[in-house]
Write a protein that binds this ligand. Structure first.
Ligand SMILES: *[C@@H]1O[C@H](CO)[C@@H](O)[C@H](O)[C@H]1NC(C)=O
Ligand SMILES: *[C@@H]1O[C@H](CO)[C@@H](O)[C@H](O)[C@H]1NC(C)=O
Ligand SMILES: *[C@@H]1O[C@H](CO)[C@@H](O)[C@H](O)[C@H]1NC(C)=O
Ligand SMILES: *[C@@H]1O[C@H](CO)[C@@H](O)[C@H](O)[C@H]1NC(C)=O
Length: 396
């Protein structure tokens, strides 16, 4: 009996030690971070990251504690770390160097403020606010020199939640070459006149879920570009901004593909575009199998927008080739529009848009006038409510 008790005791102890060793936390304060908002804590964060990634535990957390403000310069979080889970818990606030000249780029790899690469099973969460002092950059510096806030690339199984991103010099969040990624409950807050500040930019990724986010910015709230498939976006408030866009695709003759995109339960507040697909002339590939549904617009323009003549400068030459746009459904899209054109389907004559379905559309102009519709080379059908009267779609 005594032996049995001792055995149970020792067994329990060793079990506890296994459990406690399987997860380890690394607090940036233990690696020299100060969190005063004035001392540069970049080096301390780097050391805490190395410990978090290199630890022998199968599950680790890097803690950025609440109640402090950390001044951070360019920071790399590179793997692989080979863990069942690796968590970054950000409850403190993070601020950028206050002047563009104070950003230090040490290895010529400085497009991204916080750059996560090759880190599988990664979760980044917390209620921290990440502020970029973008107003110092937006109207004075060249686009390619402006840092994006957070880029996560080349990984499987990533989640991002809770954080707020504010006034970022370039894009807020970039998801690049990821498989299985879930972004939820994040807030993006930059002014409507901040140039090229996409909220969430998704490229080369598959199995992407974005939900319950509030995004206000000066460019696309969410942009989905080449090599991306199986995307579900829901419960988003977007505005100011340029809507939720597939594209731009096909720039400089590129072969681009995006497919299987579902966007639902979105509110557009005073956005420049709403549910949008934009492609350049001269490209190839396709944008297909998409549904945009349950969308409410408050004083937005071009709420439904397919543009195969996208051109972000004054003059683009006419070209025959184009990406194929097909099987796109816009369903239950209601609300008010600010400019005359509420529905815009501008497709190429050489590669028309096909299988375009408009189902239950009810959009009125602010002043209760009829919003207007433009279509060219768009084939498909209209069903259900049809306000403004969409007659320009060609029958299949
Ligand atoms: C990620 O987690 C899964 C499930 O726990 C595990 O099978 C896989 O090996 C992990 N990936 C890495 C790189 O450790
Ligand atoms: C994804 O990562 C989380 C930890 O962030 C882990 O718990 C989960 O098992 C992983 N899932 C897969 C399918 O690897
Ligand atoms: C969303 O994030 C905030 C922190 O930014 C947190 O307080 C809140 O609990 C989160 N909500 C959910 C549903 O996770
Ligand atoms: C059209 O797209 C929808 C949504 O992605 C998809 O479920 C459906 O199978 C597609 N139809 C065809 C004919 O590919």
């Amino acid at each position: 009996m005594e032996k049995l008790l001792i055995f149970v005791f020792v067994f329990t102890l060793s079990l506890f030690s296994v459990i406690s060793h399987s997860h380890t936390a690394f607090n940036v304060l233990n690696y020299g971070a100060v969190g005063s908002g004035r001392t540069d804590d970049t080096h301390a964060f780097s050391r805490a990251w190395e410990a978090t990634c290199m630890s022998s535990s199968s599950s680790t957390t890097m803690d950025v504690p609440s109640g402090k403000t950390f001044l951070i310069n360019y920071l790399h979080f590179h793997g692989p770390c080979n863990k069942k889970s690796i968590n970054i818990e950000i409850n403190g606030n993070i601020i950028a160097p206050s002047e563009p000249s104070e950003w230090r780029c040490e290895n010529n790899d400085c497009h991204n403020w916080m750059d996560f690469r090759h880190v599988d099973n990664l979760s980044i969460r917390g209620n921290g606010v990440i502020t970029g002092d973008g107003d110092k950059w937006w109207h004075t510096s060249e686009l390619h020199s402006r840092p994006n806030a957070l880029k996560i690339s080349s990984a499987n199984n990533v989640t991002l939640s809770g954080l707020t991103f504010k006034d970022i010099p370039h894009m807020h969040v970039i998801l690049d070459s990821l498989t299985s990624v879930h972004v939820s409950n994040i807030t993006i807050d930059s002014p409507g006149d901040s140039p090229n500040t996409d909220g969430i930019h998704i490229t080369g990724s598959t199995n992407v879920v974005v939900d319950h986010c509030r995004i206000g910015t000066g460019d696309d709230c969410i942009s989905i570009v080449s090599g991306t498939s199986n995307v579900k976006i829901s419960n988003i408030v977007c505005g100011p901004g340029h809507g939720i866009s597939v594209g731009s695709l096909g720039k400089n003759g590129n072969h681009d593909i995006v497919e299987n995109v579902e966007v639902s339960n979105v509110v557009f507040i005073r956005t420049m575009n709403g549910a949008r697909i934009k492609t350049w002339q001269g490209g190839s590939g396709f944008a297909r199998n998409m549904v945009f549904e349950k969308i409410l617009s408050h004083e937005s323009s071009r709420i439904i927008d397919i543009d195969q003549f996208y051109c972000d400068h004054m003059h683009c030459v006419t070209q025959e080739s184009a990406l194929k746009v097909s099987n796109i459904t816009f369903r239950q899209i209601l609300g008010t529009s600010s400019k005359h054109t509420a529905v815009n389907l501008e497709c190429s004559s050489s590669v028309p848009c096909t299988d375009i379905v408009l189902d239950d559309i009810y959009i009125v102009q602010n002043d209760k006038q009829r919003a207007s519709v433009a279509c060219n080379n768009a084939y498909g059908r209209v069903q259900g409510m049809n306000v403004p009267d969409i007659r320009c779609l060609n029958q299949m």
